[in-house]
Structures are given as structure tokens and as C-alpha cells.
Ligand binder design. Structure first.
Ligand code: COA
Length: 356
């Protein structure tokens, strides 16, 4: 079986820089609180109604294709990871396909709804497709336009201050070089605590899961034999229930357990150790999480790339944006061992080891 490699990488960050200070004008928060708890100083927001998750993905994808030396029309398969899709359906994969002008060859497109681990999951799927010879040019994109769906009142401050917009993309191709490519990927999930980091409304659940987990919140659904208002009820609109919610401390504790576990699992399978890692690209969830993971693994500062200070948490886009930035900065060289790791809502988590 062939190996697969990352042949090209690109990212796109919208121009508008939003400081913590700017957020203090619309909600009760402070620059000090945000920096102390998350490390975030600024984030980017896309231009509303002019940019979308798929259009930003397309911009990152064009750069990745160019660096891989191919045209978007050479892409056989698209994998698009996001939690902030343009439409409920169809997915962003086909919207980006249209935006990129990929026509005539009917390339396949798959959307991944795996939140923060979406890109690592997508890379793993691309790896399987390329290794088995099914596809030669797989485009994996992570993109988010969070700013369209956040609660900018004080009620939503614990979530809103963390997230930012952006996109990252890679082209995955086969390689004959035995010393290069994706060595292994590890993927995991556990749905037990699905709602602890979630965006449940609007949805077609009708309160089903809430009843099972003992959540007595009245979502305002009409009687069961009434149709209509199944996705969005008036109560949800009136009481601001149409936003993400997060039990921050719960997420934090699980993240610092699962990140090191899944990194060690990949290293063990590849017969390698933490000292072999040249660059760890952790999902940029929170700088404090990354610092804790670094400490737990005994890594030096130069072995870990963090950019959440400037971009916030861009969910599915954070790993490819950070990977692209580290590579552009010359911190990833041919032959280096690069480790990608992510953890997020679901909960889902995963890692990938790449010999660059
Ligand atoms: N500004 C000011 N105060 C805020 C605030 C904000 N943006 N957000 C929350 N607070 C307040 C809370 O209301 C609470 O006030 P209270 O004590 O009067 O009730 C207080 O700060 C502490 O809240 P808590 O949620 O316990 O804070 P925390 O220390 O856990 O930090 C997070 C909150 C979200 C920064 C932290 O839990 C975290 O980073 N968790 C992981 C989140 C994450 O990584 N998510 C993405 C996963 S992929």
C-alpha cells in the first residue's frame, strides 16, 4: 500500500481583527479575564453576508492547490469539516466545489460534523482513500464562520470570547517516498456528555435527548401532534436558546486528559516517543489547555505551535491554520515529525503523525 502525504497547505484569515477591548463594548467582560483564562488577545471575523464558511474554505483551498502544483479541477474528492455550515443542507463541500469551479469531473464531496476534531478526522479519511489508491488528490478543508452564530450579549460571554473565524486546507496525495507521509491517525469519540459542549437548537430533536439526560428546560415545543415549529420555537427566539453552550470546566478537564492520551497512542503505534516530535500542532482550544498538554508531555516551547492568542479558537480550522502558519514560518522542515492533535464537542478527539 502507498503512503499519503500533505502535498500543499493553505489558510485564510479574514481581515477584520477584533480585540478583547472591542468585545467589552457589547458584553460584560474584560481583556484581563479573557487573556488570563484563555490566552486570547484578538480573533478575526469574516465580513457578514460577503464571506461564508464555504467561501473562506475556497480561499484556503486555492492556496493549498497552488502549493501542491495542481488546479482545483484536479481534485478527486473534497472533505469539508465545519460546525458553522452555510446551510443546514446541502453541505459546504458542494458549495465550495462550486466556488472553486470544480466542474465536469463530478468529484465527490463529504461534509464532516465533528467540530474541533473535524480536520483530524478528515485527514484520516483522506489518508485511507489515498493509501488504497481510490483517489489521488483529496482536498481536506476546515473552515468556520463562528461570528454569524454567537450570542454577543453577556449571557453568551463564556463561549463568544473564545471563538474566531478562519479556514485552512491541505491537499493529500500519494507518495512513493518511504521516509515521508502520514504514519498513523487515531480517532475516538464518547457521546456520554454530548450536550456539555453543544449547539442543540435549532434541531429536529424535539426535546428527545433532553428528556433522557434529565434536562428539564422548556424549549417551547408545541404539543406532539402539532406540526410546525419543530426546529425553531418562539420561546427559543425570545429566550436566546439559539446559541452554542459549554460547560467550560468540564471541557477543560477532559481535554487535558484526552490530548496526551491520543498523542501517546499514535507515538506508541509508530514506535516513537515525545522526544521525537519536532512540532506538535494542538487544536487551539484554549492556550491554558495547550500549555498543560505541553507540560504533561514534557515538550519544549519550540516543539509546540500556538496561535490562539491572535485568532481565537477556530474549531475545525484551527489545526490546518496553525499547521500552515508553522510551515510558512519555516518551523517544519522535510523529515520532521509533526503531530496533529484535537479534542472537542461530541466528545471526539484524534491525532495524526506525519513525517514531513
Ligand atoms: N468575561 C468575564 N467573566 C466571565 C466570562 C467572560 N467572558 N465568561 C464567564 N465569566 C464568569 C462566569 O460567569 C463566572 O462568574 P461567577 O463566578 O460570578 O459565576 C466566572 O467567570 C467563572 O466562570 P467559569 O466558567 O468557572 O470560568 P473558568 O475558569 O472555567 O473559565 C473558560 C471559563 C471557558 C475559559 C474555561 O472553562 C475553558 O477554557 N474551558 C475549556 C473551553 C474550551 O476549550 N472550549 C473549546 C473546546 S474545543
Amino acid at each position: 500500500m502507498k503512503r499519503s502525504k500533505i502535498a500543499g497547505i493553505g489558510s485564510y484569515l479574514p481581515e477584520r481583527i477584533v480585540t478583547n477591548e472591542e468585545l467589552t463594548k457589547v458584553m460584560d467582560t474584560t481583556d484581563e479575564w479573557i487573556q488570563e483564562r484563555t490566552g486570547i488577545q484578538t480573533r478575526r471575523y469574516g465580513v457578514k453576508h460577503k464571506e461564508t464558511t464555504s467561501s473562506m474554505g475556497a480561499k484556503a483551498a486555492r492556496v493549498a492547490c497552488e502549493r501542491a502544483g495542481i488546479s482545483p479541477n484536479d481534485i478527486d474528492f473534497i472533505i469539508f469539516a465545519t460546525l458553522s455550515p452555510d446551510y443546514y443542507f446541502p453541505g459546504c463541500g458542494v458549495l465550495m466545489q462550486r466556488e472553486l469551479g470544480i466542474t465536469g469531473k463530478e468529484a465527490g464531496a463529504l461534509d464532516i460534523r465533528n467540530q474541533c476534531s473535524g480536520f483530524v478526522y478528515g485527514l484520516s479519511i483522506a489518508d485511507q482513500f489515498v493509501k488504497t489508491g481510490m483517489y489521488k488528490n483529496v482536498l481536506v478543508v476546515g473552515s468556520e464562520m463562528h461570528s454569524m452564530g454567537l450570542d454577543f450579549s453577556t449571557r453568551g460571554r463564556n463561549v463568544t470570547v473564545i471563538f474566531g473565524d478562519g479556514a485552512g486546507a491541505v491537499v493529500v496525495q500519494p507518495t512513493d517516498d518511504p521516509d515521508q507521509g502520514i504514519l498513523t491517525t487515531k480517532l475516538h469519540s464518547d457521546g456520554t456528555y454530548a450536550e456539555k459542549l453543544s449547539f442543540v437548537n435549532p434541531g429536529a430533536h424535539g426535546g428527545y435527548h433532553q428528556e433522557r439526560i434529565g434536562d428539564t428546560t422548556d424549549l417551547g415545543y408545541p404539543p406532539a401532534d402539532t406540526y410546525g415549529e419543530i426546529f425553531i420555537t418562539q420561546k427559543m427566539k425570545d429566550e436566546g436558546m439559539l446559541y452554542p453552550n459549554m460547560e467550560g470546566q468540564f471541557v477543560f478537564k477532559l481535554a487535558i486528559q484526552k490530548f496526551p492520551e491520543v498523542i501517546q497512542e499514535a507515538l506508541k503505534e509508530a514506535g516513537l516517543q515525545t522526544t521525537d516530535i519536532n512540532m506538535l500542532i494542538p487544536h487551539q482550544a484554549n492556550l491554558r489547555i495547550s500549555q498543560m498538554v505541553q507540560r504533561l508531555l514534557g515538550l519544549r516551547d519550540d516543539q509546540v505551535w500556538n496561535n490562539i492568542q491572535r485568532y481565537g479558537n477556530t474549531t475545525a480550522a484551527s489545526v490546518p491554520i496553525a499547521l500552515c502558519e508553522a510551515w510558512e514560518a519555516g518551523k517544519i522542515q522535510k523529515g520532521d515529525l509533526v503531530c496533529l492533535a484535537a479534542f472537542g464537542s461530541g466528545f471526539t478527539w484524534g491525532s495524526a503523525l506525519i513525517r514531513w
